[in-house]
Write a protein of this length. Structure first.
Length: 135
């Protein structure tokens, strides 16, 4: 692993930790305020957070000297986020169908779903969305 790749992985973890905090707070607030299912609260929160954090990944996490906002990468990010969301919401919906959670259980479900989406999103971001292009 090159130093650039190591720095990108570390930055991804830092950004993901920040995004995770905002994501969980929004999902729990949505669950509590609007009394919606956990999977729906998590989906809404994830949509908001992943949209905002694309720009952080583009211009900091995976930045290279010639980095710039790209319509192609933005579309790939939307696809990557959608796939990550399917993994997250699928797991949360399965857990919720298995056992209706209270507030603590909802936080656990959101955390587990977030871990699944983090793995999916990092893999797609690192090796597809922000992978160096061959000339």
């Amino acid at each position: 692993m090159s130093s650039h790749e190591g720095r990108s992985a570390l930055r991804f973890l830092v950004v993901s930790a920040a995004a995770f905090g905002v994501d969980v707070a929004l999902a729990l607030a949505g669950r509590r305020i609007f009394d919606v299912p956990v999977w729906l609260a998590a989906a809404i929160a994830y949509g908001i957070v992943s949209s905002a954090f694309y720009f952080v990944h583009e211009h900091w996490t995976f930045a290279r000297p010639n980095s710039r906002t790209s319509a192609r990468r933005m579309i790939q990010t939307v696809i990557s986020s959608a796939l990550s969301m399917v993994g997250r919401i699928g797991l949360i919906a399965l857990l919720e169908a298995w056992h209706e959670p209270g507030l603590v259980g909802a936080a656990s479900y959101i955390w587990l779903g977030a871990m699944v989406s983090l793995m999916i999103n990092y893999t797609l971001s690192r090796f597809w969305v922000f992978a160096p292009r061959q000339a």
